[in-house]
Design a binder for this molecule. Structure first.
Ligand code: AHM
Ligand code: MG
Length: 338
């Protein structure tokens, strides 16, 4: 039964019966994510106060400067999941390779792997703009009790068991799905408890927001340019509102609640878009579909794409079903022989 103001802990326990393979492991896993998120939230909140701002000097595998808080969040999530011995492998956007959790206890019978973007949008931290964590959970496909392999991580998104995000915004929220709808919980900071505040999150029937980095307009494919012009036209219920935070979690969260489309397309600069299929697009696509929306690379359903490597990028069109379908139609039209 769904009771508003239920705590996340209660909700996870009460609803694990809906989870096909449940043995309590998934509940424990979600619990660890919730705990790590609290710790990271605390650190993100005081980012302006302590000397933790700025780059850590290292660059991640994509050659981007890593912020200190990325490193911090990465360590916290990995440590929380590793110490509690509830997963058999972790892949993080911040690590070149996946982590095998097997050596420490050879009886590791855990079934789940976690893929995580520990702090997405981190270039926004030093200007006090919301950032987020994105996670995705799969059941391993190699035999339990053996070290995980690459194939456990390179599963199409339609195999996800659960996915979610945490938005460190004006309030901190954890939003997740296990394939039975999307539920949002808001953190009450003094008590440190998340309460169910957004049961059964759904995109509104019609969306009126488009979110895209329009500064790159000239680099976009013709279909995207045409769709932007469609959004801006003074016809029917348009022009739509343009809103772009530049923090995927926040842009998606707002669009689910208010109705809109998020696009990070391929461009002359980013041939395959910028976002990562495994850490960003698949979990967001699962959540979007569970909220009645749609996610596509402009042509194909994101969740049906077979990943080829851990840090693969993919163009991303995600939001209200009708808006994504219209954007896809513009892509097809632009490609059609004239
Ligand atoms: P990150 O994983 O390095 O933080 O990059 C992902 C972020 C998304 O949160 C955001 O939507 C996008 O990059 C913004 O990119 P841009 O500044 O090119 O518009
Ligand atoms: Mg990211």
């Amino acid at each position: 039964m769904i009771k508003k103001n239920q705590t996340l802990g209660e909700f996870i326990i009460e609803n694990q019966k809906y989870f096909e393979y449940s043995t309590g492991e998934l509940a424990k896993l979600l619990n660890s994510i919730r705990l790590a998120a609290k710790v990271v939230n605390h650190e993100v909140n005081k980012a302006g106060l302590v000397d933790i701002l700025g780059t850590a000097g290292a660059t991640n595998i994509q050659g981007e400067a890593q912020q200190k808080l990325d490193v911090y969040a990465n360590e916290k999530f990995i440590r929380m999941l590793t110490n509690r011995e509830i997963v058999c492998g972790i892949a993080s956007e911040e690590n070149d390779d996946f982590i095998t959790i097997e050596g420490q206890h050879k009886d590791n019978k855990n079934k789940y792997v976690v893929l995580i973007d520990p702090l997405d949008g981190s270039s926004n931290i030093d200007v006090n703009v919301s950032v987020g964590t994105i996670f995705s959970i799969y059941r391993r496909i190699t035999p339990v009790g053996t070290p995980v392999e690459m194939s456990d991580f390179l599963q199409p998104g339609n195999q996800q068991i659960a996915a979610g995000y945490i938005v460190y915004g004006t309030s901190t929220m954890l939003v997740y799905t296990t394939g039975y709808g999307v539920y949002g919980f808001t953190l009450n900071p003094p008590i440190g408890t998340y309460y169910l505040s957004h049961p059964k999150m759904r995109f509104p029937e019609k969306g009126h927001i488009y979110s895209i980095n329009e500064g790159n307009y000239l680099q976009f494919p013709q279909g995207v340019k045409d769709y932007i012009k469609y959004c801006q036209a003074e016809e029917d219920d348009r022009p739509y509102t343009s809103r772009y935070i530049g923090s995927l979690v926040s842009d998606m969260h707002r669009n689910i609640l208010k109705g809109g489309i998020y696009i990070y397309p391929q461009s002359s600069k980013y041939k395959n878009g910028k976002l990562r299929l495994l850490y960003e697009c698949n979990p967001m696509a699962f959540i979007a579909e569970q909220a009645g929306g749609k996610a596509s690379d402009g042509y194909r359903r994101i969740l049906d794409i077979q990943p080829e490597h851990l840090h693969q990028r993919i163009p991303f069109f995600c939001g209200n079903k009708e808006m994504v379908e219209r954007a896809e139609a513009f892509m097809r039209n632009a490609d059609a022989p004239k």
